[in-house]
Design a protein around this ligand. Sequence first.
Ligand code: TA6
Length: 297
Amino acid sequence: MTSTLDTLNTAFGIPNTLHFTEVKPGFVVAEITTPLASASVALHGAHVLSWQPAGQQPVIWVSKAAFFEPGKPVRGGVPVCWPWFGAVPGKTLHGFVRTMIWQVRGAELDATGQLVLRLGLTDDATTRAVWDHAFDLELAVTVGSTLALALTTRNTGDAPLSITQALHSYFCTADITQTTVQGLDGTPYLDKVQNFAVCQQSGDVTFSGETDRIYTDTTSDSLIQDGAGRRSIRIAKQGSASTVVWNPWVEKEKTMADMAPGEHRQFLCVETCNAGSDAVTIAPAMTHTLAATISLV
Ligand code: TA6
C-alpha cells in the first residue's frame, strides 16, 4: 500500500493542503486542509467522511461504530447510492459503487482557494456482473466554506440508461428532538415506515420516531434547523426532484451493528436524490449531474 500512497501523493498531493493516507488496511483517505475548511474523502465509495468549515463544528456525521473495511459501506458521511437507490430484489441495497474503490482523477486549488477533488469509476467485469451497462461516473468534491458535491453519470454505451441515485448525506445535529427540516411544507412523500403510503408534509419536518420518507416532486432547498446546536445547514440541489429524510430512531438503531447506542439523537439524513418515480434516463453519450451544495447559514 505504501507504493500506492506514494504514487497518489506524488501525482495529486498538494503540500499543506492535500495528503493521501491509509487509515486502516486497504482504506485510503484524502485528507484536505485549507484556510477555508478541512475535509476527508475515502477512495472507498468516493465517500466524503468529514467537512468542517474553519471556525465551525463538524457538519458531516459519522458513527463511532462505523466499519472502515473493504467491501462494507460506511455508516455516516455521504454514501454515493448508484445506480439504484433503495432496495432492488436480489441486489445490494443502494447500488454497488459505495463499496468500490474509485480512481483519483484530479485535485486542484481553484481561484477562490477551494480544493476540488475528482474521483471516478467506469464499468468493468465486476460491475457488468451485477449491472450490465457501460458507464463513466465522476464525483467532484469542492471543499471550501461550502461543500459542493457533483455526481456526473455519462452513458458510454449505445442504449439509454435508467438510474436512481442519492447523495445520502448524514448531518450532525446536537439533539434530533430539537431539530426540524424546512423547505418541504406541502410536498407529497412516500412513507417507508407506513409501507410506502402516500402522504403530504404539513409544516416543517419534526422528529419523534423512526422517519424514512421519499419526498417527491421537489427541487427546493432543505434547511436543517439545529435548535440545540443553534445553527442551520442549507442543502441546495440541482438535477434532483426528490429528497429523502431519514432517522432510524431507537429500535432500528439497535438492529444496526455499525451504530452506537443513542447515536440516532446526533444525526439526520437529508438526501439529494433521484428516487422513486424521479428516475433519470440518459441517452447514449449524454450525461446527468446530481449536485448538492451544503452550507452553514
Ligand atoms: O435513505 C434511507 C434508507 O434507505 C433507509 O431506509 C435506511 O435503511 C438507510 O437508507 C440506510 O441504509 P443502509 O443500507 O446504509 O443501512
